[in-house]
Design a protein around this ligand. Structure first.
Ligand code: HEM
Length: 396
């Protein structure tokens, strides 16, 4: 049995819970919700659970498995403890984000921002993982996957600095919404464009038969690492940023475009990743590149606009990342279930396009938001089937 089987089941369970929360958000846009729910908090609960439990532990499991020698994993129990604590904390943060968001919760005579405190502990668990990872003996040979994964972990650690910055900044006398928002978006862009993208690219390389490291392979990860740190101004309000910030963001985006396209081009050239799931992953990679080009070309599109931003994030995280992750973790699951997941993800993405502000008015169907809500619930069905499948004897 795969030693990390139970942890994968918990991650998949977290995905289902977070997806139901996304559905709740859409439901609340049409029908009244009990007073205890607020949209901002529902969104926080959804996005944090996805980040904490759907992105991090599965990527880390794949990384450890890739590093193992002849199936033997050093410090396996420490890794299991670390990932279990991480998933437990992710799940623990969920009700606090859902009901209180970042607000303080009264506990006895004290008022504590519990969601923020638990998030801090989650980040400490990331450091714990990185420490264990680097404790593993130096491998005999360097593959493209190893080098990309090292870069990915580094970006995870760098991204966390932005999140700590926001917390510490709250206690300083400086009252600047620009600095606080810049640090939040620094965390978000380095986490999504750096850690998530490099992490999954490294694992896709492993699946494609990670080739030996060659000089020049730095182009596969370094521009993404540096670029991810430079593009956060795109997420801020256009009126707030200075020309220097804007040009830094352009330069960062160009770096990412170069490296991301190189990865995708070389992966497609390997001709080993075939089938509906991988074709969808490559198709969505093309979409991601289109968004990135739109940010640097003079086409009057601002990536930070709410509708566009939500659409882009879901193309990347629900589409490109999640479809690849499912294929990597559940190769033995019936193809129709995985195809169902992929189609439902594509439908959610399409529905987000319809409300992005870039869909022609004339083509908006009646009851649009009702259909948006229905589609938002769809991924829960194949995700639940994937989850049930992991309990089958043949799977373990
Ligand atoms: C399973 C299907 C999913 C549904 C139905 C869904 C639904 C939603 C909804 C309704 C919102 C709020 C949109 C708004 O503010 O207008 C949202 C935001 C968000 N979602 Fe999802 N989502 C899904 C999957 C994912 C996945 C897989 C991830 C990450 C791995 C993710 C990450 C996020 C993030 C980060 C935001 C916040 C965006 C922002 O305000 O900047 N979602 N999602």
């Amino acid at each position: 049995m795969n030693p990390f089987h139970r942890l994968w089941q918990l991650s998949l369970f977290s995905f289902i819970l977070a997806a139901i929360t996304g559905f709740l958000y859409r439901y609340g846009m049409l029908y009244p919700l009990p007073e205890i729910f607020h949209f901002a908090n529902i969104r926080h609960a959804h996005s944090h659970l996805m980040f904490f439990n759907w992105i991090c532990p599965p990527l880390m499991i794949l990384m450890i498995q890739h590093l193992s020698k002849n199936g033997e994993i050093k410090y396996i129990n420490s890794f299991k403890w670390c990932l279990s604590v991480m998933i437990f904390l992710g799940l623990l943060s969920y009700p606090f984000f859902l009901f209180y968001g970042y607000q303080s919760v009264a506990i006895g005579s004290a008022n504590l921002p519990l969601a923020a405190i638990i998030s801090g502990l989650v980040m400490i668990a990331w450091y714990w993982f990185a420490w264990l990872y680097y404790k593993i003996e130096k491998r005999d040979s360097e593959s493209v996957t190893h080098i990309i994964v090292d870069g990915a972990l580094l970006t995870l650690l760098i991204s966390s600095l932005g999140a700590w910055g926001v917390s510490i900044f709250q206690f300083t006398p400086i009252d600047s919404p620009l600095i606080s928002s810049a640090m939040t978006h620094f965390f978000l862009s380095v986490f999504t464009e750096g850690w998530t993208v490099l992490g999954i690219l490294g694992m896709i390389w492993a699946k494609a038969g990670s080739v030996e490291f060659k000089p020049g392979a730095g182009w596969l990860w370094m521009p993404i690492l540096f670029g991810s740190m430079m593009i956060f101004p795109f997420s801020l309000s256009q009126s707030l940023i200075t020309p220097a910030m804007l040009y830094t963001a352009y330069a960062g985006m160009i770096l990412i475009i170069v490296s991301f396209s190189l990865n995708i081009y070389l992966l497609i050239k390997q001709k080993v990743l075939n089938g509906f799931m991988w074709y969808t992953v490559f198709f969505l990679a093309g979409f991601i590149l289109l968004f990135k080009f739109a940010a640097v070309l003079p086409v009057d599109i601002w990536p930070g606009e709410h509708g566009l931003r939500v659409l882009y994030l879901h193309v990347l995280l629900l589409g490109f990342f999640s479809v690849a992750l499912i294929e990597l973790f559940q190769p033995k699951t019936a193809r129709w279930i995985k195809a169902g997941f992929t189609i439902s993800a594509l439908l959610v993405i399409f529905s987000l396009f319809m409300i992005s502000g870039y869909w022609p008015q004339a083509l908006i169907p009646p009851n649009l938001f009702f259909w948006i809500m229905v589609v938002a619930g769809l991924p829960v069905i194949p995700a639940a089937l994937l989850w049930f499948d992991t309990f089958k004897k043949s799977y373990k």
